[in-house]
Design a protein around this ligand. Structure first.
Ligand code: ADP
Ligand code: MG
Length: 419
């Protein structure tokens, strides 16, 4: 596979100070540019936001326990897995030292051809857990074809990137089927009979409908972030797609959470699956979580500003709940001199990808996002996730803050709560 052009930049500043001080201390450092306008960036006091405050803020407070996460001793090493030499070389080139728990426990099973359900917190390496054994399967079975479904375009792109990393030099053609990109170019890619297809359920269905994607030829299926796909209403599309892929297949399901809807789907579409769960807590231990109390919209934006100018805040994702709120907060921060970009559902795919690239390359320090646009974003060195609006559910909260504290690094999650 062709290698990707993305680079993962290193963190420029590491978080160091005690995050619990955020809630109380206000250290004005002066604005980079002008005084705040305050317009549009404060709380909107709607019925929705009053309802949302029903989530008990104590759920947003938890100290990081990094030691606990680093004591896992894997049974396997990457070199002990029976992999094609090229794949082992590609893994070595990524710099991964040892498998994460989910990788350690699922890769052997997938290599044995079993259907596997992998439940693990966000940021624990689920992508490589399926991508590595999948590529091994494809290079050893010339008649195998894999299809991977993911909830969002960004996530599908990232999975494709990871497949490029591990499948480099293995001669596997691929196609990325996501919305917001040219149908015709995707059709062209599909005419070359790709061995790896990554896509979102909606666009995959479009191709099936137009007869450009022969699902019956696919015998290796991965559903990534199953919980998010169901939250986003993809259940029927997924069922439709799974009923059309080859009956003689291996199926993998990955999710951060397990719930009855997911087990029902798995039961319907898998054969004697083995479930591996490496989850001890709802959120990874490496995220330090705290709340920031504010009263009134002016104080809210000022407190945000104070947080952002602290040295500990190197790379930040700020969540707000609507496209309009994200736009206006992005503008406000830009006017204050911050290097910021926004992603939400009304942005084109090119704009969304560009914003993520700019964050990765540290061209910007802050990305303001809605929940949907931010799902599955993996920028490895995010130091802070700030919930400028309270998430709609605890599940949304867990996914938002999962953008930080990845791969065993400490991350900070701060949630604004009205006093
Ligand atoms: P998840 O899908 O569980 O949310 P990802 O697959 O996106 O997690 O991985 C999170 C981050 O961890 C990525 O930046 C990835 O490159 C990194 N990572 C994955 N596996 C390892 C490993 N074995 N060693 C070090 N870093 C890893
Ligand atoms: Mg993932």
């Amino acid at each position: 596979m062709q290698s990707s052009s993305y680079s993962r930049s290193g963190s420029r500043r590491a978080p160091s100070s005690d995050p619990s001080s955020y809630a109380s201390k206000r250290s004005y450092g002066g604005y980079a540019k002008g005084r705040p306008s305050g317009k549009g960036a404060g709380s909107r006091g709607s019925a929705l936001s009053r309802f949302k405050q029903a989530i008990n803020p104590s759920l947003f407070i938890q100290e990081a326990k990094l030691e606990e996460t680093s004591v896992y001793t894997p049974v396997n090493s990457f070199s002990s897995f029976p992999l094609f030499r090229k794949i082992s070389e590609n893994i070595a080139a990524t710099g991964f030292q040892q498998p994460t728990p989910i990788q350690d426990q699922t890769i052997p099973l997938v290599l044995q051809g079993k259907d596997v359900v992998g439940i693990a917190n966000t940021g624990t390496g689920k992508t490589a857990a399926f991508a590595i054994p999948m590529i091994q399967d494809l290079v050893t079975h010339m008649d195998h074809r894999a299809i991977i479904m993911a909830p969002t375009r960004e996530l599908a792109e990232q999975i494709m990137e990871e497949c490029f990393r591990f499948g480099k030099g293995c001669g596997l053609r691929s196609a990325l089927l996501i919305g917001g990109a040219s149908m015709n170019l995707q059709k062209r890619d599909l005419r070359y009979n790709p061995r790896v297809v990554v896509g979102t359920p909606g666009r995959i269905k479009d191709h099936v409908r137009q007869g450009t994607l022969p699902l019956q030829l696919f015998n290796f299926v991965v559903l990534d972030e199953v919980d998010r796909m169901l939250d986003m209403g993809f259940i029927d599309d997924i069922g439709d797609i799974l009923s059309k892929v080859s009956k003689e297949r291996q199926s993998l399901f990955f999710s951060a959470t397990m719930e009855p809807r997911i087990s029902k789907l798995i039961e319907q579409f898998s054969k004697d699956p083995v479930t591996i769960s490496t989850k001890k807590h709802a959120t990874v231990d490496s995220i330090s979580q705290d709340v920031v109390y504010y009263s009134g919209r002016n104080e809210k934006i000022e407190m945000l500003h104070d947080l952002l100018i602290k040295g500990t805040c190197a790379k930040t994702i700020i969540f707000d709940d609507t496209k309009r709120a994200v736009e206006s907060l992005g503008r406000e921060l830009h006017a204050r001199g911050f290097k910021v970009d926004e992603i939400h559902g009304d942005k084109s795919q090119a704009q969304r990808s560009r914003a993520i690239r700019r964050l990765k390359s540290a061209e910007i320090d802050i990305l303001v996002a809605t929940d949907v646009a931010a799902r599955g974003i993996d920028v490895s060195d995010i130091t802070h996730v700030i919930n400028y609006s309270t998430p709609n559910s605890y599940n949304d909260y867990v996914h938002r803050i999962g953008r930080t504290g990845r791969a065993g690094k400490v991350g900070y999650a701060l949630t604004f709560v009205a006093r």
